[in-house]
Design a protein around this ligand. Structure first.
Ligand SMILES: CC(C)(COP(=O)(O)OP(=O)(O)OC[C@H]1O[C@@H](n2cnc3c(N)ncnc32)[C@H](O)[C@@H]1OP(=O)(O)O)[C@@H](O)C(=O)NCCC(=O)NCCS
Length: 187
């Protein structure tokens, strides 16, 4: 059975107030049992989604941190979002984050990203890195709200649309979002 790590409600408050929040969720380590739910979101969220094979490779990669947000109500058990990345020494790359289209702008992505970063920092991460499509204004704004800054550009990185990737970094000095460390159970 999946180990649930952080509740959505009670005292586990996201950094951003979840305006209009209707669902509740808990965070669990992503396992093969979550692949179908993750793939459904992946395919709805990205122009060039990962294949099931790529997701399985991600799940098997050493040094990976992968979490899902699982609804606790109203439909108990549905996957509402996920995040995955990899830690190498003190550098952590964020490979994917996505929330179900019906769950966006309610703090779910923020909850996942904060939890991921707290877990990574607990294991020594100090620099977080990711690439984002230049046209993905929502994601850029999302990362900006966490303090990520643009440090580079990869021209034509997304071959499907010949689109540039912006390289974003976050250098950790303080606990992410100021959330109390006591809320986090190590994963
Ligand atoms: C990016 C994503 C994960 C954000 O998840 P989310 O649950 O909607 O984000 P949150 O509700 O936690 O938003 C946190 C903050 O990010 C910013 N933000 C998020 N979505 C935004 C949008 N559409 N427009 C502007 N700002 C946005 C806001 O500052 C927001 O705080 P606020 O709501 O208090 O103003 C979600 O939009 C998503 O799944 N997108 C599709 C997949 C994707 O593009 N992933 C990133 C690939 S690099």
């Amino acid at each position: 059975m999946a180990e649930h790590h952080a509740g959505w409600s009670s005292n586990h408050q996201p950094a951003h107030a979840p305006g209009g929040l209707e669902a509740a969720a808990a965070i669990a380590i992503m396992t093969p049992a979550h692949i179908a739910g993750v793939m459904a979101i992946e395919q709805s969220a990205f122009a060039a989604p990962w294949t099931r094979e790529l997701l399985c490779q991600e799940l098997a990669a050493p040094g990976g941190l992968r979490y899902v947000a699982i609804r606790t109500r109203p439909q108990r058990g549905d996957i509402a979002g996920y995040i995955c990345g990899m830690l190498v020494l003190d550098e952590c790359s964020i490979h994917k984050i996505a929330c179900h289209p019906g769950c966006r702008r309610r703090g779910m992505g923020g909850m996942l990203l904060r939890y991921f970063m707290q877990q990574a920092m607990g294991r020594g991460a100090r620099l977080f890195m990711l690439e984002v499509r230049e046209s993905n204004v929502a994601a850029r704004q999302f990362y900006h709200s966490f303090g990520f800054v643009q440090t580079g550009r990869r021209r034509g990185y997304y071959s499907d649309a010949h689109e540039d990737a912006l390289v974003l970094h976050y250098r950790a000095a303080d606990p992410v979002g100021g959330a109390p460390a006591a809320d986090i159970i190590s994963g």
